[in-house]
Design a protein around this ligand. Structure first.
Ligand SMILES: Cc1cc2nc3c(=O)[nH]c(=O)nc-3n(C[C@H](O)[C@H](O)[C@H](O)COP(=O)(O)OP(=O)(O)OC[C@H]3O[C@@H](n4cnc5c(N)ncnc54)[C@H](O)[C@@H]3O)c2cc1C
Length: 314
């Protein structure tokens, strides 16, 4: 007990550096080891410098990411170390695994976490809900599983750990998986590259449906801008994936980023917050997008878009 186990995502761009930097002082405060779980083809390069123990596991079933396989590995790691805290990054992969790890180990789960303190017996956490419009505090008895929001992780490098390497024996379940990785394919080339556009009009769920897109498209045409989209717009099939901005989409830095009916969830902000000029239109004055917008209109997007299009036409 007292250990902090961190799952390092195999495809994490930073090899888990920010997760480990967050976890290092926690492990020190709890008087346990910082244990980095490096699975399959994941890189342990950063972990060796920061963690006390780098728990490595290799198996043919772990060469490509298969959720079912990683679930069994996480469970085996929890069983072998009995950590006080099991930490994941709150990504698409992390959320899947954290929920499964908590359920399978009968541990409480706190997700969308942006702050965590612990005295070793309990932890106090703050989580973002409704895309950051509310902050929820919780007190949870350890051991527990936590999924940390990427935006809450420190950029500063962590202090050094012992860097011992240990091998986790592959659980038998890896030989009997019900899911087999077949291949990854790039989606068909749409010819759209919003990362190169200087002006973007981004459509959010507030647009209400594919039938209403013409309002945004008319404004984009009048501005000479490309259309971008938030994830729900893409998930609903209103616009193609190539136009999605955010954590699971593209990162853009245009001269102008004009949002219509985008709430400004952290995952969306991650892909556009460095835009030179952000203008937001949202009928909710409390929308998080206004926290980062340079100019904002609390208004109906259809009124604003139509008026702007008309103005630009004259
Ligand atoms: C792992 C993970 C990855 C994610 N990746 C992404 C990502 O890459 N990109 C992304 O965008 N999201 C991503 N999300 C989802 C993200 O959390 C939000 O759910 C999403 O960004 C919300 O999209 P939205 O702002 O369009 O919709 P909503 O949050 O539903 O907001 C719609 C907004 O429109 C406003 N509105 C409604 N009608 C009108 C009107 N007539 N006029 C003006 N305003 C109006 C509302 O007030 C509201 O603020 C991810 C989530 C997770 C968990």
């Amino acid at each position: 007990m007292g250990d902090v186990l961190v799952y390092i995502e195999p495809l994490a761009k930073d090899d888990g550096a920010r997760m480990l930097a967050f976890a290092r002082p926690l492990a020190d405060a709890l008087g346990g080891d910082l244990v980095a779980l490096v699975v399959g083809e994941g890189s342990g390069a950063v972990a060796i410098g920061v963690a006390d123990v780098v728990l490595e596991i290799a198996h043919p079933a772990l060469i490509s990411y298969v959720p079912e396989a990683h679930q069994h590995v996480v469970l085996a790691a929890i069983a072998s170390r009995s950590p006080s805290l099991v930490l994941f990054e709150n990504t698409t992969v992390g959320i899947d695994l954290a929920a499964w790890a908590a359920a399978a180990s009968n541990l409480p789960l706190v997700s969308y976490c942006v702050a965590l303190e612990s005295d070793g017996t309990q932890m106090t956490t703050t989580s973002e809900i409704y895309g950051g419009q509310l902050l929820a505090s919780a007190r949870t008895t350890l051991p527990a599983v936590v999924a940390m929001n990427s935006g809450a992780l420190p950029d500063e490098p962590a202090s050094l750990g012992r860097g011992e390497r240990a091998t986790l024996a592959p659980p038998v379940a890896l030989d009997h998986l019900r899911t087999t990785f077949v291949e990854t394919r790039l989606p068909a080339d749409t010819g759209i590259d919003i990362t190169k556009a200087q002006l973007l009009v981004c459509v959010g769920r507030g647009i209400g449906g594919a039938d209403n897109l013409s309002t945004a498209e008319d404004l984009a045409a009048a501005l000479g801008a490309e259309i971008a989209a938030s994830r729900p717009v893409v998930d609903s099939g209103w616009l193609p994936k190539a136009r999605q901005v955010g954590k699971s989409g593209l990162t853009v830095k245009p001269r102008l980023y004009l949002t219509l009916g985008v709430s400004g969830a952290p995952e969306h902000q991650e892909g556009m917050r460095d835009s030179e000029l952000i203008i937001a239109v949202n009928k909710d004055p409390g929308a998080a997008i206004f926290n980062i917008a340079h100019y904002g209109a609390v208004a109906d997007l259809f009124d604003v878009a139509e008026a702007l299009t008309e103005l630009l036409a004259t």
